[in-house]
Ligand binder design. Structure first.
Ligand code: NDP
Length: 316
């Protein structure tokens, strides 16, 4: 297997990864960044981003990520396609295998692998995945113009997706398992004031119904045990995310939900020289601006580590 030596390796290409790359490249750390399964990260599946400072008119997620990529490249980041398939953080330099074929030895690693959307785990849900079942309303909503759809979840994502779908679809059912929405007040208000959104509280999905052409409905069950069927063409999940930390769990300390634990206010993990940034370490805020900020922190921590520890020959 071909081996290559790198000073600063960045894994992930969301706002955290690219911001870390901009800072690391400007600090002459010659960063190499692997984009992973979803180049540009979750924001490429969003339509409009209106709350990132500096864009008074808003910007689409994919354009913003393309701009971030160009900015990272402008300062010399080596941006590559490729997926990390194995790591060894117990040895120095750290070993990271790309696509099972290429081995990298890195003095420091910034993990910015983000988080992935969750599904309910129903057999019927996986049967119709891509045939009406989706975890990204902004990616797939367009296919359901003037049709009826359902969104599952009661958080900000679910409300945001329901609002977005309501602007395209005829009717949107929001299926919420509790008797309240967990989303912020502003999002709740938006949903409750949208005439073509019907919130179905205290219901879970028992089955996604369909035929050879895809989803035709959903069978819901109320917390009182009463079943109800709705006719829909699209079934959207918005029930949270799982951090992409499987590869690292042997080495890095994770919290009970699997997010990487970092030392208060820094990007430092329990392994000196491994830093974490973005949603992979953030179960709470999950905002592009927060991820970008944490990417900057990771690059600054990494720069100090490379100067104070690696360059000074103090690696343990
Ligand atoms: P959350 O974890 O906040 O919400 C998940 C929702 O899905 C909850 O209502 C939860 O129900 C429900 N849920 C979970 N599992 C199931 C299941 N098996 N069946 C049915 N329902 C289920 O995730 P979000 O992705 O909405 O948000 C994550 C974070 O990102 C939050 O901090 C949020 O504020 C933030 N965010 C902010 C945005 C913004 O400011 N523009 C936009 C989007 C997200 P229950 O309440 O019963 O647990």
């Amino acid at each position: 297997m071909a081996t290559e030596k790198v000073r600063c390796l960045i894994i992930g290409s969301g706002p955290a990864g690219y911001t870390a790359a901009i800072y690391a490249a400007r600090a002459n750390l010659s960063p190499v960044l692997y984009q992973g399964i979803e180049p540009g990260g979750q924001l490429t599946t969003t339509t409009e981003v209106e709350n990132f400072p500096g864009y008074p008119e808003g910007i689409t997620g994919s354009v913003m990520m393309e701009d971030l990529r160009k900015q990272a490249e402008r300062f010399g980041t080596d941006i590559r396609f490729g997926i990390v398939t194995k790591v060894d953080f117990a040895i120095r330099p750290f070993k990271v295998v790309i696509d099972d074929t290429h081995e990298i030895e890195a003095d420091a690693v910034i993990v910015a692998t983000g988080a992935t959307a969750r599904y309910l785990g129903l057999e019927s849900e996986s049967r119709y995945r891509g045939m009406g079942v989706s975890a990204c309303a902004t990616c797939d909503g367009f296919f359901y113009r003037k049709k009826d759809v359902a969104v599952v979840g009661g958080g900000d994502t679910a409300c945001e997706e329901a609002s977005y779908l309501a602007s395209i679809c005829k009717k949107v059912y929001l299926i919420v398992r509790k008797n309240y929405l967990r989303a912020s007040k502003a999002m709740q208000q938006r949903v409750l004031n949208t005439p073509n959104i019907e919130v179905i509280f205290e219901h879970n999905t028992k089955e996604v119904l369909g035929d050879e052409n895809g989803v035709t409905g959903a069978l819901l069950i109320g917390n009182d045990g009463v079943e109800r069927e709705i006719a829909i063409d699209g079934f959207f999940l918005a029930i949270g995310h799982t951090p992409n930390t499987k590869l690292f769990k042997e080495y890095l300390q994770l919290d009970e939900q699997g997010y990487i634990v970092t030392e208060g206010g820094t990007s430092k993990t329990n392994v000196p020289g491994i830093f974490a940034a973005g949603d992979v370490r953030d179960p709470h805020y999950r905002q592009a601006i927060v991820a970008a900020g944490s990417g900057a922190i990771a690059a600054l921590d990494c720069e100090r580590y490379l100067m104070d520890v690696v360059a000074a020959g103090n690696v343990k």
